[in-house]
Design a protein around this ligand. Structure first.
Ligand SMILES: Nc1ncnc2c1ncn2[C@@H]1O[C@H](COP(=O)(O)OP(=O)(O)OP(=O)(O)O)[C@@H](O)[C@H]1O
Length: 407
């Protein structure tokens, strides 16, 4: 047969990493180390207390009673989304067991274009197939989305839990306020609990008094993980790899790298997956500690890309300008706003795009500082010099360049 004959000829090195069976030479279940994978309870490490606390707040919803809304703060990769999704999933199962109809939905506000878009996502998720109500992607007002969400809730559900992730990415807290106070205002009869998540503890300062009061004292702060916890998290996903394909030193090292500075489980997980991919793509027998060092820069760039995703594309140009300034001036870290605007305009010229106004760039710099990608300070100058603002990158300039060029 022709395909058999084909095996007698020289193998094409292009497909060296594909085994004859079509299987993966390194990974057994690669999905276990992907970021979006929702691990089962036995793989969740060190967040039992937080899971219990969130469940206590929103718990009444499983019996159709009014739940409390909660706010979760914590740095990126500290397990906030994981805990919220896990509690939602278990609430849904328990409500079903108690024969109550519980609506659960999740929206990541960093990927939503605004309040209406986030609402559309929530509406779409809870809308049962037998419903005559629709949630088109565009063409209806924010108000109309609210009305349709209320209609679906009142027609089909006993209670609802909505998770709004990265809530600080929305321009205002209207969505949070309306959803968390809907019962009080009489907009809807079905009780709603909101789990709001933010990377920014100072987001509280941006919330209106009314929103703050509907979250009462239900605020939880998730601390970053230490190296031991990260190691345990990764150890629990070891079976992502085939037997004997993961070197003993890889997990401890990935945990140590993840714990350094950030305590970020996402970063540690990404390092492990990238190292596996690197080993596979380079025909290595197994994943080794050295492979982590090869992929470290890409993992960092990816983390930064995550942080700035959802911000206007010119944010990248501003960052790129600041990175270029930092690289060109070896000893210098701080740059005045006017210097950054000049550098940004040079980037725009190179990219062949029109530059934004100076005021807009000042705004983008504020957003970057809010995300802790940059920091700023006011300088009061000397006699005869007015005060001015200076900014510095909190990330390595090389990482920023990598992100910008998508290497
Ligand atoms: N305690 C944990 N046990 C097991 N896996 C974890 C734990 N915490 C986080 N992870 C894993 O790390 C990754 C990042 O976690 P998660 O998305 O929950 O972080 P986050 O705090 O919501 O971050 P961000 O603010 O960036 O969204 C996920 O893949 C998650 O499965």
């Amino acid at each position: 047969m022709a395909p058999q004959d084909g095996l007698d000829t020289e193998p094409d090195p292009l497909f060296d990493s594909v085994e004859l069976t079509g299987g993966d030479p390194i990974f057994e279940r690669r999905e276990l180390v992907t970021i979006d994978h929702l691990p089962t309870e036995d793989r969740i490490v060190g967040r039992d207390d937080q899971i219990k606390m969130i469940a206590n707040e929103i718990g009444p919803a499983v019996s159709g009673a009014p739940p409390n809304s909660v706010m979760i703060y914590g740095k990126t990769g500290s397990g906030k989304s994981l805990v919220a999704k896990h509690v939602m999933k278990r609430s849904e199962q328990e409500a079903e067991r108690r024969e109550n109809d519980l609506a659960v939905a999740y929206a990541n506000c960093s990927q939503a274009k605004g309040n209406a878009d986030a609402l559309q996502q929530l509406g779409q998720q809870i809308n049962p197939s037998e419903s005559s109500i629709s949630f088109p992607e565009r063409g209806i007002s924010e108000n109309e989305y609210f009305n349709r969400v209320w209609d679906v809730l009142d027609e089909f559900y006993d209670a609802a839990i909505f998770t709004l992730d990265e809530i600080d990415r929305l321009k205002n807290d209207d969505l949070l306020m309306i959803l968390s106070r809907a019962g009080e205002t009489g907009s809807v009869e079905t009780p709603i609990g909101v789990i709001a998540i933010s990377n920014k503890i100072n987001y509280r300062d941006q919330m209106s008094e009314r929103t703050k009061s509907s979250f009462g004292h239900n605020e939880y702060i998730f601390d970053p993980y230490d190296a031991t916890q990260l190691r345990e998290i990764l150890d629990n996903r070891k079976d992502a790899f085939k037997d004997g394909k993961l070197g003993d030193a890889v997990i401890p090292r990935a945990a140590a790298l993840g714990a350094k500075e950030h305590g970020d489980a996402r970063k540690a997980m990404r390092l492990l997956r990238y190292a596996g991919d690197y080993a596979k793509n380079n025909g290595a027998e197994m994943v080794k500690e050295d492979h982590l060092l090869e992929v470290r820069a890409s993992a960092e760039a990816e983390r930064l890309r995550d942080l700035v995703s959802g911000l206007p594309s010119h944010t990248r140009h501003v960052l790129s300008g600041l990175a270029a300034l930092t690289r060109q001036n070896n000893d210098q870290e701080w740059f005045r706003t006017t210097q950054i605007i000049d550098a940004y305009e040079r980037v725009c010229e190179k990219e062949g795009t029109d530059s934004l106004t100076k005021d807009r760039i000042r705004q983008l710099l504020k957003e970057l500082a809010f995300l802790e990608v940059t920091e700023n300070r006011s300088n009061h100058g000397g006699k005869g010099t007015g005060s001015y603002k200076e900014h510095r990158l909190m990330w390595d300039a090389e990482t920023v360049s990598r992100m910008h060029t998508r290497q």
